[in-house]
Design a protein around this ligand. Structure first.
Ligand SMILES: *[C@@H]1O[C@H](CO)[C@@H](O)[C@H](O)[C@H]1NC(C)=O
Ligand SMILES: *[C@@H]1O[C@H](CO)[C@@H](O)[C@H](O)[C@H]1NC(C)=O
Ligand SMILES: CC(=O)N[C@H]1CO[C@H](CO)[C@@H](O)[C@@H]1O
Length: 193
């Protein structure tokens, strides 16, 4: 195989990967999270899970359907606000993902592990409202389910860690973390079909 065809194959692979993950730049593949890089990674095997079905909405068939939502993993590392803004432009009615039951949490984790099992920390759409201890979702849906790492959220009523991430320390569980840190994220929109 000559250099030219090898280059084409590498480019094709990359394009494919970029399309699959919704990436538009190469940079994010090398981007390390800021601030939380010191957390040791001990990879535990996620329990086998069944991938949710594709989202049956034209133009969003690379999203997955869980409950009444369609969700998609994005590998780029963004801070909480940027990630929410990106979700709003990714789909009509798009927001960072909200989670309302155990099944949805498992589906969500399954999608994340499929795309990035090595670094599965993601933003969820949860945040604490102005140090009140009250947690909300960016999509405005009710806060009616939670699955915290034991001992978390550790910074309620402070402004240190006001945003909710999944898979710090325990697979599939939630932690409050600084909204300024940059992580991958999952977007969702309500599938009315
Ligand atoms: C997907 O949507 C189309 C059009 O709304 C419908 O005809 C089809 O049965 C749906 N497929 C699945 C698997 O739900
Ligand atoms: C997120 O990043 C944007 C752009 O760099 C910055 O303007 C904003 O203040 C940041 N917000 C948070 C919460 O980190
Ligand atoms: C990046 C990260 O925190 N990954 C964690 C995901 O969950 C596993 C299982 O508990 C942890 O070991 C990883 O540290």
């Amino acid at each position: 195989m000559n250099v030219a065809s090898l280059t084409v194959i590498v480019l094709l692979l990359w394009t494919n990967m970029a399309v699959r993950t919704g990436q538009s730049t190469l940079i994010s593949f090398h981007h390390r999270p800021l601030g939380d890089a010191a957390v040791p990674l001990h990879f535990q095997k996620a329990k086998p899970c069944t991938m949710p079905n594709p989202c049956n909405v034209t133009g969003y068939k690379d999203w997955y359907k869980t409950g009444s939502y369609c969700i998609k993993y994005f590998m780029a590392h963004l801070n909480f606000t940027e990630a929410e803004m990106q979700c709003r432009s990714a789909a009509p009615g798009g927001h960072l993902v909200s989670v309302h039951d155990c099944k949805a949490n498992v589906d969500l984790l399954c999608v994340v592990m499929k795309y990035n099992a090595k670094n599965p920390r993601i933003w969820l759409g949860g945040f604490e409202l102005f140090q009140t201890g009250k947690l909300m979702w960016t999509d405005g849906s009710p806060w009616n389910y939670e699955d915290w790492v034991p001992g978390e959220p550790s910074q309620r009523w402070t402004n240190a860690e006001d945003c909710v991430e999944m898979n710090w320390s325990q697979i599939g569980r939630w932690n409050d973390h600084s909204c300024y840190t940059q992580k991958s994220y999952v977007c969702s929109f309500k599938n009315t079909v």
